[in-house]
Design a protein around this ligand. Structure first.
Ligand SMILES: Cc1cc2nc3c(=O)[nH]c(=O)nc-3n(C[C@H](O)[C@H](O)[C@H](O)COP(=O)(O)OP(=O)(O)OC[C@H]3O[C@@H](n4cnc5c(N)ncnc54)[C@H](O)[C@@H]3O)c2cc1C
Length: 387
């Protein structure tokens, strides 16, 4: 199949690129390895409250990102352009937060809700993905299409793609990589090979939040709010090291979520144990009502090879990263979150003219990046202290 631009990756970055290209009538194809779009953005409907009719879907919880912040103008422009402004609401953070110390002491503190003032989207962050998708031509989006090789060809680039275990070739003039650099380095080969220095650089760029697992427990009452607790907690015991209110805006369902503090290798294959220990912890911190969730949702991103590589199994100590240079005769543009020079800006690199004028000239990078302030909080605990 031939087109002008191939976008690898159907996360927020890849779909934003597709959206901009479509607005400028430039032919493109998005190749997404998973059977769904959204990448690290993953929202699940909360039982009995999901309503997908009339585009008024609400009652979802987020297993990937939850928040953005006032002042992130790119994301706010995107939200406005997609008609989602009315769905934005503030993270619940009224009341006391809870600190659980290693000696089992529990303290209630005023303030301390670390995400106070952050913003969420009613129906889940995935509504950005659904709204973008609805504005793109369906035959330009190919899911279950994993790119395994990018090869320079005469006047363009040839991509080898695995679709339903079959190898298919795609040709394009340019490639936009909306894939985390480490995933590119780990799973896509280049012909000619990338210089070894660049291959090393790809490894040094940590994939944002890839080492983490998130758990959400859904309830029919906001029993923590009724005790003047915000739902925010920090714990030295775990399994969750950081907990927040994750309730949908509307409906009769409420939720708490936590970042799991057990190392990826230890939690692998132990999902049911992690869920059981989390509910036990929520009960310790928020009372007996927490012991009876309606549902528990869990996603271990470190176990997902389209997000995390072996190098992402531990959280990075720093998120500072060098940008890879464009390669293959400048026909490749790095466009994912990790290669944004900084929040809201495009990569500092030579870019191919067609994309430079259409995508990178405008500040289009997803704001869902880099400012979660989580890196200091999501420390890991040994599983042994919980068993
Ligand atoms: C648990 C968690 C919590 C987070 N919380 C927040 C938050 O609150 N606020 C915030 O701003 N950010 C947060 N983030 C970060 C945010 O999710 C990401 O920055 C953003 O979603 C990345 O979008 P992207 O499109 O650049 O990359 P991705 O979403 O990773 O998209 C890349 C896409 O490429 C696909 N792909 C990979 N390899 C191939 C291949 N070979 N061929 C084809 N397709 C391929 C993947 O399947 C994926 O769909 C969080 C992330 C996680 C995991």
């Amino acid at each position: 199949m031939n087109t002008t631009v191939i976008i690898v990756g159907g996360g927020l970055s890849g779909l934003c690129a597709a959206w901009r290209l479509s607005k400028n009538n430039i032919p493109y194809v998005v190749l997404e390895g998973r059977g769904r779009l959204g990448g690290r953005i993953l929202s699940e409907p909360v039982a009995e409250t999901a309503n997908v009719s009339n585009n008024t879907f609400s009652g979802a919880i987020d297993l990937g990102p939850s928040w953005f912040w006032p002042g992130q103008s790119n994301l706010q422009s995107l939200i406005a352009a997609l008609g989602l402004e009315g769905s934005v609401y503030e993270q619940f953070s009224d009341g006391l937060s809870v600190i659980e110390y290693g000696n089992n002491q529990i303290e209630h503190r005023s303030g301390g809700a670390s995400m106070a003032g952050s913003l969420r989207i009613d129906g889940g962050i995935h509504r950005l993905i659904s709204a973008l998708h609805s504005q793109l031509a369906s035959d330009s989006i190919k899911t279950d299409s994993t790119v395994v090789q990018i090869k320079q060809s005469t006047g363009g680039v040839s991509l080898q793609v695995v679709q339903s275990a079959k190898s298919v070739d795609f040709e394009a003039e340019h490639v936009v990589l909306g894939v985390p650099p480490r995933v590119v380095g780990h799973s896509i080969s280049f012909v000619p090979e990338l210089p070894s220095q660049q291959q090393q650089i790809l490894k040094t760029i940590p994939t944002w939040m890839a080492a983490h697992a998130k758990i959400v427990a859904v309830y029919d009452t906001p029993f923590w709010r009724e005790q003047n607790l915000s739902g925010d907690a920090m714990s030295q015991i775990g399994p969750c090291v950081e907990i927040h209110d994750a309730s949908p805006r509307d409906g009769n369902r409420y939720a708490l979520f936590g970042f799991i503090g057990i190392a990826a290798a230890d939690r692998a294959g132990n999902e049911s144990q992690v869920k059981r220990l989390t509910i036990k912890q929520f009960t310790r911190l928020f009372g007996d009502a927490a012991s009876q969730p309606l549902s528990v949702h869990y996603k271990d991103w470190a176990a997902d090879s389209l997000t995390a590589t072996p190098l992402d199994q531990t959280p990075p100590t720093s998120v500072r990263a060098m940008l890879p240079e464009s390669e293959l005769d400048n026909r490749i543009v790095w466009a994912g979150t990790e290669t944004a020079a900084m929040l809201g800006q495009g990569p500092k690199q030579p870019v191919c003219p067609v994309i430079a004028t259409v995508i990178l000239k405008e500040p289009w990078k997803p704001a869902i990046a880099r400012q979660t302030g989580l890196s200091g909080c999501c420390h890991l605990l040994p599983i042994s202290c919980m068993l």
